[in-house]
Every structure is written in structure tokens, then in C-alpha cells.
Design a protein around this ligand. Structure first.
Ligand code: 2BA
Ligand code: 2BA
Length: 109
């Protein structure tokens, strides 16, 4: 068995949830926050049989899309606070960041 951990943008939460349910997957949603953008995203924990991993990735790939986002970066400066000008930096936020790990044991009590 594998545990698929997928970090998904909030905008795709609904679509990804619906698609996973439609395909009959069982999963848990955890509210999360991106370390870089510091914006809310959602982490899906999806426990599946080994042979279902590709299908999960396929479903996520079809329901999550990459988006361009701009983030203000303040340059390192010795100027007094308030005089430095932030420069917007473009980042591409992926449709989903997916990790697959092996599950040693799975029990439902
Ligand atoms: P929920 O997803 O809210 O599911 C609650 C119960 O609804 C489940 O109980 C199961 O009896 C049923 N259920 C869930 N998904 C289903 C589906 N696709 N088709 C038919 N019935 C479905 P449990 O299996 O005891 O799960 C309790 C909670 O544990 C789940 O809450 C979910 O948060 C988590 N969970 C269960 N299996 C998981 C898995 N394979 N991967 C990740 N999380 C899982
Ligand atoms: P955030 O950390 O908010 O990152 C959003 C996007 O900003 C990233 O998109 C990436 O394009 C850029 N970015 C992140 N860290 C950066 C850095 N140190 N320097 C420059 N640019 C950076 P994605 O790579 O598609 O990641 C989307 C979200 O997935 C991330 O949100 C984070 O929550 C999660 N994630 C990505 N890689 C991860 C990893 N290796 N481990 C755990 N979570 C990860």
C-alpha cells in the first residue's frame, strides 16, 4: 500500500475532491499553508493500493492546474524601513506537488 500526499492549490480543492470521489478513492483533507507564498493550500492524504497510484496522479493532474502568481520580494537593504521598494517576482505554482510513500501498516479499528 502507498500513501499519496498531494499539496493542491485552494482553487482546485473542489475539483480535485469531486474527481477523487468519482473514482472511488478514500482520502483525508488537511488544511495547509505554503511555506513560500504563505497562502492556504490543501493537502490530500490518499491511501491506495500500489497499482492505483498512477490513477490517483492522473486524476489530480486532470483536476489541478498550474498558475502564475506574483509575490513581492523585499531586497536586503540597509536603507531605513519604508524606503525600500519591493520587486514583484513571478512564480509558477504547480497544479499539485505529489509525494508517494510506502505504508508499513494500515489498520481500521
Ligand atoms: P471520510 O472520508 O469522511 O469517510 C467516512 C466513512 O465513509 C468511511 O469510514 C467509510 O466507511 C465511508 N467512505 C469514505 N469514502 C468512501 C468511498 N469512496 N466509498 C464508499 N464509502 C466511503 P472509514 O473508512 O473508517 O474512514 C474514516 C476517515 O478516515 C475518512 O473520513 C477519511 O478521513 C480517513 N480515511 C479512510 N480511508 C482512508 C484512506 N485510504 N486514505 C486516507 N484517509 C482515509
Ligand atoms: P509555496 O511554498 O507557497 O510555494 C509556491 C510556489 O513558489 C512554488 O510552487 C514554487 O514555484 C515557488 N517557490 C516555493 N519555494 C520557493 C523558494 N524557496 N524559492 C523560490 N521559489 C519558491 P510549487 O513548487 O508548485 O509548490 C506549491 C506548494 O507545494 C508550495 O507552496 C508548498 O506548499 C508545496 N511544496 C512544494 N514543494 C514542496 C516540498 N519539497 N516539500 C513540501 N511541500 C512542498
Amino acid at each position: 500500500m502507498k500513501l499519496v500526499i498531494a499539496v493542491v492549490q485552494d482553487k482546485d480543492r473542489r475539483k480535485a475532491t469531486d474527481a477523487l470521489l468519482r473514482e472511488g478513492f478514500k482520502f483525508t483533507n488537511v488544511a495547509s499553508t505554503g511555506g513560500f507564498l504563505r497562502e492556504g493550500n490543501v493537502t490530500f492524504l490518499i491511501g491506495v493500493e500500489d497499482e492505483e497510484v498512477d490513477k490517483v496522479v492522473e486524476v489530480l493532474s486532470a483536476s489541478c492546474k498550474a498558475r502564475e502568481q506574483f509575490v513581492n520580494v523585499f531586497p536586503p537593504t540597509i536603507e531605513p524601513i519604508g524606503t525600500c521598494i519591493p520587486s514583484p517576482v513571478r512564480v509558477m505554482v504547480g497544479g499539485a506537488t505529489v509525494f508517494v510513500i510506502s505504508v508499513d501498516k494500515f489498520v481500521r479499528l
